[in-house]
Design a binder for this molecule. Structure first.
Ligand SMILES: [Zn+2]
Length: 227
């Protein structure tokens, strides 16, 4: 069953985000997917709606939205981390730069390597910020590829996959895996009633490296945003 919402969608460079639609989307999703805190399937309990910022590449300014924090009492009783922020798929953990824009920058950067263009896409002015985003983006793609390879391999579906030559660019392998992964969602979800189609930038966010290297430079001037 596919579900479409009016908002929380990308519209070219602009984002049409609605907290209400995001809330409906995640409540629906976690009727079928296990709670990210305790690993069992149960109705999600929303704890709060903290604010987050994302960078608008057209203006270079940060835009404020509200996201969702969930709380799980099962995890709390088991002395595990029991709250978690859930982000719409265009956000990256701990960054204001958008995941869809990092994906766009990685694609644009394949041949030319112009950092000016990369920064223009991302909406940043510091080349180091742009370079760091590209590096983290490539690490995320590597991790996402491994994750999808493992999940697909467990279903013996190699016949549906494109043969990969050793010199195939990472982004090509990634796109091919995303395609296979999405076409097999019903199998991968065990035939559950909710089929989630992954957009490539959403996988980037889900596999974004969490450890910030010591050379990390935040060129945005926004440091209070850690989700
Ligand atoms: Zn739970």
């Amino acid at each position: 069953m596919g579900i479409s919402y009016k908002k929380n969608v990308l519209n070219g460079t602009l984002i049409d985000f609605s907290l209400q639609d995001f809330r409906s989307e995640i409540l629906q999703k976690y009727r079928y997917f296990p709670c990210p805190l305790c690993g069992t399937t149960h109705p999600l309990r929303i704890h709060s709606y903290p604010k987050r910022y994302y960078r608008d590449p057209l203006t270079g300014e940060n835009v404020r939205i509200r996201i969702i924090t969930i709380i799980c009492m099962t995890a709390k009783n088991d002395s595990k981390p029991y709250t978690k922020r859930l982000l719409p798929d265009f956000l990256l953990p701990g960054r204001v730069i958008r995941s869809d824009k990092v994906m766009e920058a990685l694609k644009s950067n394949e041949n030319s390597r112009s950092m000016e263009r990369v920064c223009e896409i991302l909406g940043c002015i510091d080349f180091r910020t742009g370079g760091k985003a590209l590096l983290c983006g490539l690490q995320a793609i590597n991790k996402a590829c491994l994750y999808m390879e493992e999940r697909l391999a467990s279903f013996s579906v190699r016949h549906t996959r494109m043969p990969v030559r050793p010199d195939t660019p990472l982004l090509t392998i990634f796109s091919s895996l995303v395609e296979s992964f999405n076409s097999l969602q019903v199998l991968l979800c065990g035939g559950a009633g909710y089929v989630m189609q992954h957009r490539d930038h959403a996988l980037l966010g889900a596999h974004w490296p969490t450890k910030k290297p010591t050379t990390y430079v935040c060129g945005s001037g926004v440091s209070a945003d850690t989700s």
